[in-house]
Write a protein that binds this ligand. Structure first.
Ligand SMILES: C[S@@+](CC[C@H](N)C(=O)[O-])C[C@H]1O[C@@H](n2cnc3c(N)ncnc32)[C@H](O)[C@@H]1O
Length: 203
């Protein structure tokens, strides 16, 4: 099954609040975005945003140049339906994060629980090349993946787990690690999943 088919099946008709990765509030992401001191007009993208409520919170805070990318149209439609008319203030990109061409660069790039699905080194390289070429120098990259003691699978797919150090090595010289933290995410089913968050400066 292709990645796109997998995720469209996972999202179609699903209640986002029942998904293991669901958060009522994207607290760590918001704190890291605030620490990045991004001006309201600067371009922010949530890569693999799915039906995350992060975009709602960014709209609430006055950010005006927001994009949400996801491989699944069903995921994007779920977020759009929740936002109603406010969805018109966001660019919705139905793309594969390993093979797309951004229309403009970003000051902040956020990814929670997408990069860790890239278990093939070639896909990680393609993703990294797109991020490197499209985050402006001085901009920020926030990556959240399962931590080293996090689950080995998500949505039935194997994942690559990271420490802050291994993520810094993965991202290479173009990114300088400036903040890292671990989240003990509680799933809707009540189990704990450890996430590793890293914030990088594009140098
Ligand atoms: C585990 S969910 C996380 C969703 C959201 N970031 C959150 O924290 O709630 C992973 C998301 O990544 C999307 N996805 C998976 N592989 C992708 C890819 N190669 N390109 C773009 N999106 C992808 C899925 O459709 C899904 O919405």
């Amino acid at each position: 099954m292709s990645t796109k088919t997998h995720w469209d099946k996972a999202w179609k008709g699903a209640d986002p609040a029942g998904k293991s990765w669901y958060q009522e509030e994207a607290g760590h992401s918001l704190e890291m975005i605030e620490a990045s001191a991004i001006a309201h007009g600067e371009a922010i993208i949530d890569v693999g945003g799915g039906a995350s409520v992060l975009v709602d919170a960014l709209l609430d805070r006055g950010f005006q140049n927001l994009s949400v990318l996801d491989i699944s149209k069903a995921a994007l439609q779920s977020a759009q339906a929740r936002l109603g008319l406010r969805a018109d203030n966001v660019k919705w990109l139905c793309e594969d994060a390993t093979s797309w061409t951004p229309a403009h660069p970003f000051r902040l790039w956020h990814d929670r629980a997408v990069f860790h699905f890239l278990t093939d080194a070639k896909d990680r390289q393609k993703y990294r090349e797109i991020a490197q070429a499209n985050i402006v120098p001085g901009g920020h990259l926030i990556m959240a993946t399962f931590a080293m003691d996090g689950p080995e699978k998500c949505s039935g797919l194997p994942v690559q787990r990271y420490s802050a150090q291994s993520m810094a090595t993965e991202m290479g010289d173009g990114f300088s690690l400036i903040e890292d933290r671990v989240e003990a995410h509680i799933t809707p089913g009540g189990s704990i999943q450890k996430f590793q968050y890293c914030r990088f400066l594009r140098v």
